[in-house]
Design a protein around this ligand. Structure first.
Ligand code: UD1
Ligand code: UDP
Length: 385
């Protein structure tokens, strides 16, 4: 029997982290020929992940340019992917999440009538511009995809509400939890000399990551000012902020935070370092999607620096709070937790609403089932089981 050709398309850091465990399993399955195509919407931040997870791309479109527009990413990715798809003619294209690479990847496959599997399908805020452009990217992916790999039951329900065929939806858990299981190491030592110098026994670590397009400009300034306020109020806190490569993020963060003696601004960390730093942090403040999913597994409370989130499971589990981007509100919420041990402890419990480490295995099995190589679909992910 011939093998099924599956092409994974990856553009950014989170896609690479979340696709790495799945690509590994696809490669190990004798029935699948796995092809990896990068748009390289990200460059350094993507290469850092690829080398760590030992992923060897077959194609690299290398489209990133400084301060790129959404149109630039879409046009360059579509043009490049069109050629690769014509050459490879895969049986299935896999895209992950909500980036513009993902949306262009689905569209490029659709134009050539190639089936699409969407990983992390069904997340919704219900708001057109929040997150921007990710909410609409996700909806476009859903319309195009034939296979929907929903991480949670809630995501599945969103898809059902929109009328998608239940037989095409598989609840798998999120592959980011698969990745987390390989990166977290109890005796991990940081290779970054600046991180080695941080006194984890003396300070409570506030770990921050923020980069969303809708937070650029004034919201990012207000986040940075809130962080300064917190450092002043709580002298036993120390802020670590690996700063995203986006120049619009860097400009604000370095201007407003660089001079503080209890602030460490770093280049983006590799996922092994970042995940192990999360495990040692007291409180995480972020607008990142992936970090919201990882933190509950590690028992680290998260303040979500957004007005709305498409990942409400952690809010329901009581390990995350929606803090918005207003200075006073962030200070009030974070200050409440830093000043009240009971409130903090109530949030600091490990739970895994997003996955059990088996998502990639389930997705692989669902693909084999779809192509008639397995008699039954995978059993769905159920939190707490
Ligand atoms: C993108 C995704 C976002 C995801 C985020 C993960 C879109 C529209 N946005 O946002 O959903 O949450 O990635 O981090 O798909 N840059 C570098 N080197 C890098 C990466 C970025 O220099 O390795 C700089 C470049 O100047 C680039 C800019 O950052 O133009 C913005 O990158 P882009 O991919 O457009 O947006 P992100 O904010 O990274
Ligand atoms: N991450 C990382 N190094 C960092 C910051 C984040 O490896 O310095 C990881 C993080 O653990 C998560 C992923 O990057 O797995 C999230 O990516 P990002 O925040 O860029 O995008 P989002 O998830 O918001 O789309």
């Amino acid at each position: 029997m011939s093998s099924i050709k599956v092409m994974s398309i990856v553009g950014t850091r989170p896609e690479a982290i979340k696709m790495a465990p799945l690509i590994r399993i696809l490669q190990e399955t004798g029935e699948i020929k796995s092809v990896l195509c990068l748009t390289a919407q990200h460059r350094e931040m993507l290469d850092q992940v690829l080398s760590l997870f030992k992923l060897d791309p077959d194609y690299d479109l290398d489209i990133m340019k400084e301060a790129q527009s959404l149109t630039h990413i879409t046009v360059r990715a579509l043009e490049g992917l069109d050629k690769v798809l014509q050459k490879e003619k895969p049986d299935l294209v896999l895209v992950q999440g909500d980036t513009t690479t993902t949306m262009a990847g689905s569209l490029a496959a659709f134009y050539q009538k190639i089936a699409v599997g969407h990983i992390e399908a069904g997340l919704r805020t219900g708001e057109r511009y929040a997150p921007f452009p990710e909410e609409i990217n996700r909806r476009l992916n859903s319309v195009i995809a034939q296979l929907h790999f929903a991480p949670t039951d809630l995501a599945r329900e969103n898809l059902l509400r929109e009328g998608f065929d239940p037989n095409t939806i598989f609840v798998t858990g999120n592959t980011v939890i698969d990745a987390l299981q390989t990166t977290i190491q109890p005796k991990f030592s940081f290779s970054d000399p600046l991180l080695q110098k941080v006194d984890f026994s003396r300070y409570r670590i506030l770990l921050v990551e923020a980069h969303r397009r809708e937070n650029l400009g004034e919201p990012m300034e207000s986040i940075a000012l809130a962080l300064r306020d917190l450092l002043e109020t709580f002298p036993d806190t120390f802020l670590v902020f690996p700063v995203h490569k986006n120049p619009q993020v860097r400009k604000v963060v370095f201007r407003l935070l660089q001079d503080h003696p209890r602030v460490l601004l770093l280049e983006p960390l590799d996922p092994f370092s970042f995940h192990n730093l999360m495990a040692r942090a007291h409180l995480i403040l972020t607008d990142s999607g992936g970090i919201q999913e990882e933190a509950p597994s590690l028992g680290r409370p998260v303040l979500v620096l957004r007005r709305v989130t498409e990942r409400p499971e952690a809010l329901e589990a009581g390990t995350a709070l929606l803090a918005g981007t207003k200075r006073e509100e962030i200070v009030a919420l974070a200050g409440g937790l830093l000043g009240d041990e009971t409130a903090y402890q109530a949030m600091a419990h490990a739970t895994n609403p997003y996955g059990d480490g088996q998502a990639s295995r389930r997705i692989c099995q669902a693909i084999l089932y779809h192509f008639g190589r397995r008699p039954s679909p995978p059993e769905p992910f159920e939190p707490g089981k």
